[in-house]
Design a protein around this ligand. Structure first.
Ligand code: KG4
Ligand code: ZN
Length: 344
């Protein structure tokens, strides 16, 4: 099964070709970070235009690299949601048009399913079932993953996502965009313990999260009369520690509650080294193990979309075949139907 995956849900244009027998054949990724940096965040219209500009270039590039023609692919998969409507439409239109032209199926893929399954691409993949902690710019969720397409939501954020909290706090501290990696680097220069920041919902007894109060707490610290700018790195360190504490406590509670021994961490915030270190320790204490995607697959990419589609096709899922351009900007992962068992 040879599948092209197209990712264009936010500010990364990703294209890849995954072969279920031979693995990854080719991939290309273009990040729009420079395009949006001066605005301090993603500008949706600019994102869509840049996807339109880059998609044909990257698609040509991966086909050439893999030495393949479009018609020799088994399917073209694209991120159909969740994400920015215009950005999703760019990828969906190109994918459906190419599929129609080549007479091959097109398959809409859930962006978070891509993240969730990406650790399965590593040399030492986890076995089902496992607990997944999905921490991206738009989502913070704990899921019980029973198999491809079989996901049970255990808990999620009631307001800001973890990545969003990193991005907003970085902005408050005058750091660059995207905030997560900048804040993490800044925090590494500071020490924890100077500021007492809240651990929202830490003891709520459920597996839900809330991060908007934490960002407000940071804002209150820097707005106070006695604030000194030289404390910035310490505040970043305390903010990061608060997020890490809450994510780790809830992920550990999810392992305990489900009795599962594997924790998969996916999404951009999963690249955070302080978070990884804390999750490793917490899992180890419970006799469990952590699994991460390769660093290059932590943030958005086309590989995870091609891979998720290949796994779904292998399980018997079929394209609608009508070449209708489908995008769902707010598509809950829990709404994904369980794939049909292969017939015959
Ligand atoms: O998964 P992703 O690439 O895109 C979404 O689907 O949202 O995640 C992007 C998010 C951003 O909020 C970014 O600031 C955050 O992941 N991020 C990090 C780190 N690297 C990326 N947050 C904390 N520490 C990092 N090292
Ligand atoms: Zn993502």
């Amino acid at each position: 099964m040879r599948v092209m995956g197209i990712e264009s849900s936010c500010d990364e244009t990703g294209v890849a070709i995954y072969d279920s027998r031979n693995g990854l054949l080719a991939q290309a990724l273009h990040t729009q970070v420079d395009l949006h940096a001066i605005y301090g965040g993603v500008v949706p219209e600019l994102a869509s235009r840049d996807h339109i500009r880059l998609l044909p270039v990257l698609i040509r590039q991966v086909l050439d690299e893999a030495g393949l023609a479009v018609a020799s692919l088994d399917a073209i998969a694209y991120t159909a949601g969740p994400g920015l409507a215009g950005a999703l439409l760019a990828g969906a239109s190109v994918a459906e048009a190419m599929a129609l032209g080549a007479g091959i199926p097109a398959l809409p893929v859930h962006h978070l399913e891509g993240h969730l399954l990406s650790p399965l691409l590593s040399g030492d993949p986890p076995a089902f079932p496992f607990v997944a902690l999905l921490v991206s710019g738009g989502h913070t969720q704990l899921m019980r993953v029973l198999g491809v397409g079989d996901y049970e939501l255990l808990g999620e954020t009631l307001d800001d996502a973890a990545g969003e909290a990193f991005d907003k706090t970085a902005k408050i501290l005058g750091l660059g965009y995207p905030g997560g990696p900048h804040l993490a680097a800044f925090a590494a220069r500071g020490k924890t313990g100077r500021f007492k920041l809240p651990r929202p919902l830490r003891h709520s007894g459920d597996l839900d999260f809330s991060f908007s109060g934490l960002k407000t707490a940071v804002l209150n610290v820097v707005s106070a009369q006695d604030w000194r700018p030289e404390w910035g790195a310490d505040l970043a360190a305390d903010f990061q520690q608060a997020v890490v504490d809450v994510l780790t406590a809830k992920a550990a509670a999810a392992l305990e509650r489900t009795g599962l021994r594997a924790l998969v961490v996916a999404g951009g915030v999963g690249a955070n080294q302080a978070l990884r270190a804390a999750l490793d320790v917490a899992a180890c204490r419970l006799g469990a193990r952590t699994y991460y995607p390769a660093p290059a697959l932590c943030t958005d990419n086309g590989v995870m979309i091609a891979f998720a589609a290949a796994r779904r096709l292998a399980q018997g899922e079929r394209s609608q075949g009508d070449n209708v351009i489908r995008v769902w900007p707010r598509w809950p992962l829990s709404a994904l139907a369980r794939p049909q068992a292969p017939r015959g």
